[in-house]
Design a protein. Structure first.
Length: 219
């Protein structure tokens, strides 16, 4: 871990995107939810404690001190919870007061929230450090959406090809299938062919499908 990644943010990013079931890529908020989820992973690993810095004003002043900015771009909502919208160099942060402290939520307001249990200077440094990773996370999210869509398309192509082989063999009366066939598989080296109302499963490569079907069910 480098000094520049003292909060192990890159590790949290890799962990998030290496987990295929972490979020639904079809969700239009996938990118923002990824940012919020990675923030949560990083935040819970911090040395949390009871702190006297329970006011958002202290956090904003600490951010100004670190950045050297005399003012920050902050908008305040008119709702019951007095939520602040803080625009930093790379992302949008939502700060919401609570009865005991305040919440910090990057990008996705509907994400999980934790009462802030960090001194203002630590919280400010964590926010500013994490903010620099937001473009990277957004790009990784876009890449993940593309990758999974391509994988799904490839899977459908495999399934269609295998179903074509099975249907052709049945139509030509070269095999007698024990039931209606259906296919599962994610790569051409491991295709699973099942039959409705039958315990039979044929697992083989795409190149071996016809050979295995004829050997098992050939007339």
């Amino acid at each position: 871990m480098s000094a520049e990644d003292k909060y192990r943010i890159q590790e949290a990013i890799d962990k998030h995107f290496n987990n295929p079931g972490v979020l639904d890529v079809s969700d239009r908020h996938f990118g923002m939810k990824s940012i919020a989820a990675i923030w949560e992973e990083v935040y819970v690993q911090m040395p949390l404690k009871d702190t006297e810095d329970k006011d958002i004003g202290s956090l904003l002043e600490a951010i100004k001190t670190i950045t050297g900015e005399s003012c920050l771009k902050v908008e305040q909502s008119c709702g019951l919870f007095q939520q602040l919208k803080l625009s930093l160099a790379h992302g949008t942060w939502y700060l919401e007061r609570s009865s005991v402290s305040y919440y910090i939520v990057p990008e996705y307001r509907a994400g999980r929230r934790f009462h802030t249990r960090l001194d203002a200077d630590i919280a400010a440094d964590l926010i500013l450090t994490f903010d620099r990773y937001i473009p990277l996370i957004s790009n990784r999210a876009d890449e993940e959406v593309r990758r999974r869509k391509e994988a799904m398309l490839t899977t459908e192509i495999f399934k269609t090809t295998v179903m074509g082989i099975v249907t052709k063999l049945i139509k030509e009366k070269r095999i007698k299938a024990p039931g209606k066939p259906y296919v599962k598989g994610f790569n051409p080296d491991k295709i699973h062919i099942y039959f409705e109302n039958s315990p039979d499963v044929i697992t083989c490569s795409l190149a071996k499908v016809e050979e295995r079907l004829i050997k098992k069910y050939g007339k």
